[in-house]
Ligand binder design. Structure first.
Ligand code: MTE
Ligand code: MO
Length: 354
């Protein structure tokens, strides 16, 4: 449980700060390794899913203590119970809100990301307090070492404890093996319970938000009128044919969705850094990207200079050798290394040098 929570928290921080870097970090957020976010977010969702049976068994093992009498014996005891209440509440909330987020189901009135982030700190704070309050017991346990284990078995807890742990290991193994294939593609054939299968979707790539859901179908159909607008010291506009006539680059990069699925694909298009140079951007310039979408959380995206000037960052026009489908961002979309899926903006309309 401790390991799962620690991994989940650390990878959650990675995800948060890659998506919302503080001002000073925008230009140093790393674009390597290209699979970094894919790995970290895959671990985040896998450790969160594994923590669900761990939490349930932990609660089952300790629930008789909920009814101790008298309910409060001392200041330390009161502190301990308060920290445990916050800990149990926060852990339950984090695991179930995270799980529902993987299926994009939001049966609550608040916005998921800031609340999930804030409660993560609450959980870690309550955990640190819990460890501090329990420190004397923890130290005594490790001091006694083998003796304590022997005493546990002597109490008759031995065989039960072992079957509990075996059952728990089997449950954690089962939920992991049947979901982790959504991002760890070698196990994709076992991906029975995850909401996404890496192969299901147009052009062999899943889609989170379709063109219809984003309300961009009319604009996408009117592509003859579409012009990529590039704003900067030397602004210009390009039609799709003009973009296709520019030097094309092919890269292999993953879409790594925050919700846990991930897959590599082959993308072809124009290097963002070439477009920036043509617009007269200075070397450290940042980029702002706007989508054809009229509303939607991911309509506008900003990119630090590390990503904007990376030779692998493209305005992609093709996916796995075919023209982008409407759902994958036709006529043009962003693909950049080591970035959360939410920042791989589809249906690009405008680039702005910052
Ligand atoms: N304009 C726009 N771009 C977007 C989105 C969106 O809702 N609107 N969704 C993002 C999310 S959450 C992901 S995971 C990727 C998925 O890309 P795909 O649908 O091509 O697989 O697109 C991203 N780009
Ligand atoms: Mo996503």
């Amino acid at each position: 449980m401790g390991v799962a929570v620690a991994v989940c928290f650390a990878t959650g921080l990675v995800s948060h700060y890659l998506q919302h870097p503080p001002g000073w970090a925008v230009d140093i957020a790393p674009s390597r390794p290209v699979w970094g976010y894919r790995f970290s977010q895959g671990l985040h969702v896998a450790s969160g899913i594994a923590a669900i049976p761990l939490l349930l068994v932990k609660l089952w093992a300790v629930y008789p203590r909920l009814f101790v009498w008298p309910p409060v014996r001392s200041v330390r005891h009161a502190l301990e119970r308060a920290s445990v209440a916050v800990l149990v509440g926060a852990a339950t909330f984090q695991l179930f809100s995270g799980l529902l987020n993987t299926v994009q189901w939001y049966p609550w009135p608040f916005s998921f990301v800031p609340v999930h982030f804030a409660v993560a700190w609450l959980l870690v704070g309550a955990l640190v307090l819990h460890l501090a309050v329990k420190w004397p017991d923890i130290r005594a346990h490790w001091r006694r070492g083998a003796e304590a284990t022997a005493a546990l078995s002597a109490e008759g807890a031995g065989p039960d404890r072992r079957s509990l742990l075996l059952g728990l290991a089997a449950a954690v193994g089962a939920v992991t093996v049947t979901t982790v294939g959504q991002s760890f593609t070698p196990l994709k054939s076992l991906d029975l319970l995850a909401p996404r299968h890496p192969d299901h979707g147009p052009q062999d790539l899943p889609v989170n938000r379709t063109a219809a859901a984003a309300g961009v179908l009319p604009a996408v159909r009117a592509v003859a009128d579409w012009r990529l607008e590039v704003a900067g010291p030397r602004p210009f506009r390009l039609s799709l044919d003009e973009l296709r006539a520019l030097p094309q680059t092919e890269v292999e990069l993953p879409i790594a969705c925050v919700e846990g699925w991930s897959k590599n694909a082959r993308w072809t298009g124009v290097r963002i850094k070439d477009l920036l140079e043509r617009a007269g951007a200075p070397p450290g310039a940042r980029l702002r990207v706007e989508s054809l979408e009229v509303r939607g959380t991911y309509r506008v995206m900003e990119m630090g200079s590390e990503y904007a000037h990376d030779p692998l960052t493209l305005l992609a026009l093709a996916l796995n050798g075919q023209v982008l489908s409407a759902d994958h961002g036709y006529p043009a979309r962003i693909i950049a290394p080591n970035r959360p899926g939410v920042l791989q903006t589809k249906w690009v309309a405008r680039l702005e040098v910052r």
